[in-house]
Design a protein around this ligand. Structure first.
Ligand SMILES: *Cc1c(COP(=O)(O)O)cnc(C)c1O
Length: 382
């Protein structure tokens, strides 16, 4: 793994107070019988999974969602041992011993998982684990996303019949995911909702956690029956699921700032070419700053369209963004060590992730998740 750099001024500053503020904003709109799970997959959308998880739990989150068993194990190893951790993606049955050992709640999309997991335990002489642990799981239901999950009443009936005799599993929940809650055809939500009602109607009664809400569904679609769990992701990080500013009905605070410093400054004469491919040519004598940020840090080549903020001014990127460095044009000379803001506020200007997302024809999620592992995350908390 790449270790975060300690000798380079490029940093992501994560305000855990903002995370807690956002969690509380959403909790305030939820019913007493609903619980909030903090979605901290992909290293907490780039913010740091463990730190975000701890902050969110302190603010009232009662569970965590991750993408993989590895992410769940990492959180368990960090000392988060009591809290339920739900793996939202599908899992390799050969990992069953660790899944049991770390008490990870998995998602299944087929009863084959149990057959193969049991066989794996038998093959490795570990069936005795089943006298110590039960396997908690949620069943994925596909209501229109066409990603994972059972799609029909008939499939659910067959699943029920198969698992009825398994005494080592603990069927705790069932969930679905709405594909247009955060953008796209809103009438498709109604289609998926009807499907959800149809599929959940045949679940065994003891399957008590039935959930469908990500940030967008949790915030804007208080459907009945409600989502027993709100799997809060992007809004916890302070970004609106549709990149609206402000988020209708919510006061979300972005938690992450991405900053660096000028490490080199020079005045180049008119006609000087800058960066790979010599695509930029100074049209007059220009002040050019070099900044230690590049696509290996998650500031991708196409982000050239985004001005960086220096001393309260927007400064354009000149030339191609490199792996580790990039150049910007300054309005005048600034000393080495001057703060450069990529994401966040500087003076009266803001580089808001949702604005960047719109400009770059992407979504805030992708920008945040793209921030590279070598960028140190620095945490603020009162
Ligand atoms: C990532 C994810 C979430 C969280 O989504 P946000 O839009 O970030 O709130 C919820 N549920 C599932 C299944 C997910 O994959």
């Amino acid at each position: 793994m790449i270790e975060p750099s300690e000798h380079r001024p490029t940093q992501a500053i994560v305000d855990l107070n903002a995370i807690q503020h956002n969690v509380k904003q959403v909790l305030a709109t939820m019913q007493p019988n609903q619980v909030l799970y903090a979605t901290v997959k992909a290293n907490g959308y780039g913010h740091g999974a463990e730190q975000v998880a701890r902050a969110a739990m302190e603010a009232g989150a009662q569970g965590l969602c991750v993408a993989s068993v590895d992410e769940a194990i990492e959180l368990r190893k960090s000392g988060l041992i009591q809290v339920p951790i739900l793996v939202l993606g599908l899992t390799d049955p050969r990992g069953i011993a660790e899944i049991l050992h770390y008490h990870i709640t998995i998602t299944v999309s087929s009863a084959d998982f149990f057959v193969e997991a049991y066989q794996q335990l038998a093959d490795t002489d570990q069936l005795s684990l089943l006298s110590l642990y039960q396997l908690p799981f949620h069943l994925a239901l596909d209501t229109g996303m066409s990603r994972i999950g059972l799609t029909s009443v008939a499939e659910i009936e067959a699943f029920k019949a198969t698992v009825a005799s398994y005494d080592w599993i603990d069927w705790q929940g069932a969930f679905t995911h709405f594909s247009t809650a955060g953008g796209g055809d809103p009438t498709y939500i109604d289609y998926q909702w009807e499907k959800w009602l149809e599929l959940t109607a045949v679940l065994p009664e003891e399957v008590s956690l039935r959930h469908f809400a990500n940030s967008a569904m949790g915030m804007w679609y208080p459907k009945q029956p409600q989502s027993d769990i709100v799997r809060l992701g992007i809004s916890m990080y302070g970004l609106d699921p549709k990149d609206q500013i402000p988020s209708p009905g919510f006061d979300l605070k972005p938690a992450l700032q991405l900053i660096s410093e000028i490490v080199y400054v020079k005045q180049v004469p008119k006609g000087t070419k800058i960066s790979y491919g010599a695509t930029y040519e100074a049209s007059q004598d220009e002040w050019i700053a070099t900044i230690p940020m590049g696509y290996a840090d998650g500031w991708f080549r196409r982000y050239k369209a985004v001005d960086v903020l220096i001393d309260g001014q927007a400064c354009p990127v000149v030339g191609i963004i490199n792996m580790d460095q990039m150049m910007v044009k300054l309005p005048k000379a600034y000393p080495v060590g001057t703060l450069v803001t990529f994401i966040g506020d500087d003076g009266g200007l803001t580089n808001h992730v949702s604005d960047l997302a719109r400009k770059l024809d992407t979504i805030s999620y992708e920008i945040l998740c793209g921030i590279g592992p070598r960028v140190p995350r620095i945490y603020l908390k009162d």
